[in-house]
Write a protein that binds this ligand. Structure first.
Ligand SMILES: CC(C)(COP(=O)(O)OP(=O)(O)OC[C@H]1O[C@@H](n2cnc3c(N)ncnc32)[C@H](O)[C@@H]1OP(=O)(O)O)[C@@H](O)C(=O)NCCC(=O)NCCS
Length: 348
């Protein structure tokens, strides 16, 4: 039976370390508040005019390719997950393809926010299992810092998010290692609870208060308006408590779904790598599943929430630190905007 294995993994975080105190200099917040509510001590911000979502992903990809012993010529499909693409279109998949010198293979962009890496992994798994591709390069990368609201108004969102990238090369294997199962879910009924609606093509359809009052033109003029800019209605929005409540239910549920599919128990997990949403969420998930500290990996303290990139960054770091060993049962789980959530169980 063919399975998909992670043949190589890499990560890249920008050099610029931004502490909670650095943020407290530009908005009304404090190191104490941020650490107590989120566990975050610092995060990385992209170097302005140098790093982009694409360039960071490419750096992570080079490491993943080197570690898996493949070159650009071996890659036969690209998948790129992000919510902060360099361009509105085309997606980062083709930009990374160009930067890596990869020619004319397919490049797919995934937009599932915090669950993006797991959605991408699941898609890649299907392509590999069917034999369609043999070397898939999957990148997940975010540059939040270029587009957050760094005033007190945006503090509940801006203190949480950080920049960075992770990448994996996926290959088929015939042995017992690799992905055992993937589980994807979504529920659009609360799509706006964690969202960035503007600029956008919605024209206020789902949210009348966002309907442009006096479109100045008979055609067009709805994607980005003067009002949006004047009212600074161009930033991510999050109802934090609502996200928190849902996350602490859906994380354990989808982890149990993955374990049950393989006849496993929480005690069988060698390492759970939750999407690094908030340390408090990870701790509540750990408690609910009665996992020991050494069974859960957290690095949000150093990087903040890097959305689609958080799981590959954490997995890469855990592997580099010797916390992921051959034969280990690894569970990856995510929850985020959409809402979307998912899990992947794999044997390393
Ligand atoms: C965002 C989050 C940390 C906020 O914590 P919370 O305890 O729910 O806080 P609330 O939003 O209820 O706000 C409590 C108070 O803190 C204030 N506050 C919000 N952000 C703040 C900040 N960065 N610094 C200081 N005070 C802040 C609020 O204005 C509010 O003040 P008020 O009581 O005077 O109105 C928390 O809701 C959370 O982590 N939710 C999940 C978010 C998440 O994981 N998102 C990513 C999903 S992938």
């Amino acid at each position: 039976m063919t399975r998909t294995r992670i043949a190589g993994i890499g990560m890249y975080v920008p050099q610029n370390v931004v502490s909670n105190n650095d943020l407290a200099r530009v908005m009304d917040t404090s190191d104490e508040w941020i650490q107590e509510r989120t566990g975050i001590k610092e995060r990385r911000y992209a170097t302005r005019f140098e790093d982009t979502t694409t360039t960071m992903a490419v750096e992570a990809a080079k490491i993943a390719m080197h570690r898996s012993g493949v070159t650009a010529a071996d890659i036969d499909f690209i998948i790129f997950a992000t919510l902060s693409p360099d361009y509105y279109f085309p997606g980062c998949g083709v930009l990374a393809q160009r930067e890596l010198g990869i020619k004319e293979i397919g490049a797919l962009d995934i937009r599932n926010q915090c669950s993006g890496f797991l959605y991408a992994l699941s898609v890649a798994d299907q392509f590999i299992k069917t034999g369609m591709y043999r070397n898939i390069l999957l990148m997940a990368s975010e540059t939040h810092s270029y587009g957050l609201d760094f005033t007190t108004r945006g503090r509940n969102v801006s203190v949480i998010f950080g920049d960075g990238a992770g990448a994996v090369v996926l290959q088929p294997t015939q042995d017992d290692h690799g992905i055992l199962s993937t589980h994807l879910h979504s529920d659009g009924s609360e799509a706006e609870t964690l969202s960035m609606m503007n600029p956008g093509f919605h024209a206020g359809k789902f949210c009348p208060s966002k309907r442009p009052a006096n479109p100045s033109k008979p055609f067009g003029g709805l994607f980005i308006t003067k009002e949006m800019i004047e009212q600074e209605d161009i930033y991510p929005y999050m109802d934090g408590p609502a996200v928190f409540k849902k996350a602490i239910v859906k994380f354990p549920e989808v982890i149990m779904e993955a374990l049950t599919a393989s006849g496993c128990q929480p005690s069988d997990i060698n390492l759970l790598i939750p999407h690094q949403a908030n340390l408090r969420i990870s701790q509540m998930v750990q408690q609910k599943l009665k996992l020991r500290d050494d069974q859960v990996y957290n690095n949000i303290q150093k990087y903040g929430n890097t959305t689609a990139a958080s799981i590959p960054i954490a997995l890469c770091e855990a592997w580099e630190n010797g916390k992921v060993k051959n034969g280990d049962l690894i569970c990856l789980a995510a929850f985020g905007s959409g809402f979307t959530w998912g899990s992947v169980l794999l044997r390393w």
